[in-house]
Design a protein around this ligand. Structure first.
Ligand code: SF4
Length: 261
């Protein structure tokens, strides 16, 4: 088995250990934050790229207040859609993108544009269908499947989740967010249900927001310090020093090593 396989037993054990500790810290099961239908979740996810949650929410509400149906959004002058979502980042790119997605959904599914049929597909099939749409990658397809009323077992990896996973050595050092979705999902038990995969994403994201922040990770008070090569190096703890359940097999990557100095 490749050293960088997500199926490597020590890596899977470590992923579980991290999950259990962060679940205890943040209180699993985590309540779902939304219950929109899948098409609304898709539009919301497209709005959310590089945008804070509060601004995404305001833009979504402004959009549906101005255009009560997705057919109206699809057919509206693009400048008006852009104006409605002005609080997001890059509204001039997102407005035509959202309209292109809605046109494509119409072409594939008809005027109703319902995406409820995705609930009948496997996660892999549903992801593949969604990722044929313009601008839809693994994060957006995962969000549609996991966060909408579909409640499918699909792992989402946002930038916080990705950063924490990278520092912990749960993914190879230079793996981007896109491929990290399949890699991190493969480390977790195959029979986990939607709630457990949702919890896994939420707790790693929360940890990235509250403890393992981009500029100033609080490694000294981190419950997974003993699992983390980046944190241990940052605190001057040698990787050979005995650490309970230390299983990392990825070397600290150069970019973070430089930041740690
Ligand atoms: S030890 Fe530090 S770098 Fe590692 S996960 Fe915890 S806060 Fe992040």
């Amino acid at each position: 088995m490749s050293k960088h396989s997500p199926l490597e037993p020590a890596l899977r054990q470590k992923a579980l250990r991290v999950h259990e500790r962060l679940c205890a810290l943040y209180g699993c099961p985590i309540a779902y934050f939304a219950s929109k239908d899948p098409l609304s979740t898709l539009v919301s996810a497209l709005l959310s790229h590089r945008t804070k949650n509060a601004s995404t929410g305001k833009s979504f509400r402004a959009l549906v207040a101005r255009f009560p149906t997705w057919q109206q959004v699809r057919d509206a002058p693009t400048a008006e859609v852009e104006q409605a979502i002005a609080l997001t980042t890059w509204p001039e790119q997102k407005a035509p993108r959202i309209q292109a997605v809605l046109r494509q959904v119409t072409a594939l599914r008809g005027e109703s544009m319902s995406l409820d049929f995705l609930g009948e597909l496997t996660v892999a099939q549903a992801r593949a269908w969604l990722e044929r749409l313009p601008g839809v990658g693994p994060k957006t397809s995962g969000a549609v499947l996991a966060f909408s009323t579909l409640r499918k077992p699909a792992l989402v990896v946002d930038s916080h989740h990705h950063r924490v996973a990278q520092r912990l050595g749960l993914i190879p050092p230079r793996m981007d967010e896109g491929p990290a979705h399949a890699f991190l999902a493969a480390e977790l038990p195959f029979d986990w249900d939607a709630q457990k995969l949702y919890d896994n994403h939420e707790i790693l994201m929360l940890h990235g927001q509250r403890v393992c922040t981009f500029h100033e990770p609080s490694c000294g008070r981190c419950v997974v310090l003993d699992q983390c090569p980046f944190g241990r190096q940052r605190l001057g703890l040698t990787t050979t020093e005995p650490a309970q359940n230390q299983t990392s097999q990825y070397e600290l990557f150069p970019a973070d090593a430089a930041k740690a100095k």
